[in-house]
Design a protein around this ligand. Sequence first.
Ligand SMILES: [Zn+2]
Length: 302
Amino acid sequence: MQTIDRGSAGSARVAIVGGIHGDEPAGVRIVERLAEELPPLDPNDDRVESDGLVRLILANEPAIAAETRYTDADLNRAFPGDADSDEYERALAPRLAAELEEFDAVLALHTSHSAPPPFAIFSDLTESVRRTVTGLPVDHVVDASGLRSTTLDSTIPHTVSIEVGRQGSEAAVEFGHEACRAFLRVHGAIADEPPTFSETVVVKGDEEVPKGGGEPRVHFANFEAIPEGAVFAEDDVYTHRVEEPGLVPILASEEGYDDIFGMYGRVTGALRPPGEGDLRVYPRDDSEGTGESDGARNGADR
Ligand SMILES: [Zn+2]
């Protein structure tokens, strides 16, 4: 694990974590770029506990070097981990958690084999998470609270994960870098321009869609409404016909995963920007679509 601390324009302690999966180079490149852009911590500064900080982390260095997702176990399925484990990632998990203790906001970078658009993921909705999610340039956020409890975002408070694009693509690096700067901006860590917020559609992760064998075919893209009766995905073993309304795919891909086509999700509503209503998911009503909630309505500072 490599930790790089940088100066902040504000008082919040925020962190960005790349390289959780060693075969996702975008996160590594984004962290390296941010390390060059952000000012160093001034060692002569009379720092007190309350001073702001940007912590940049490259999490799984052996896996990054080997260009594999992990060496012994998937780090993002290994939390809270075990310091005494013989498995590298299980022992790494508590060390990474310690580096992120008492941070005000954490952003974990990922890429996938799924088609764009990029989206965010949270497990535990806090004010900080709301600020991050509605401040990121994404239209959708996956509520993963009903899914696995062994991920970084389900273990470390105030963490949001972001899928920045296709694994290995330049677009993922560019988008992810832009997303990180938006994250730093809404938490006051950089002051290059006013932060902007927008309402974000919440999709609750429902269940994984198993894959069998043979030629995999996926017929719907991420967050695209699957009509009742339509086939979401199929291969020689499975034909996944959707028999109920309101399902959308999450992380849909033909070749991305050995055992699943992705997940079914359900739109539960929307998160509103900080200062616009309560900390909860608001059901979406049909009067929406005026575009009023988009853009720079809330130049909140902190
Ligand atoms: Zn990943």
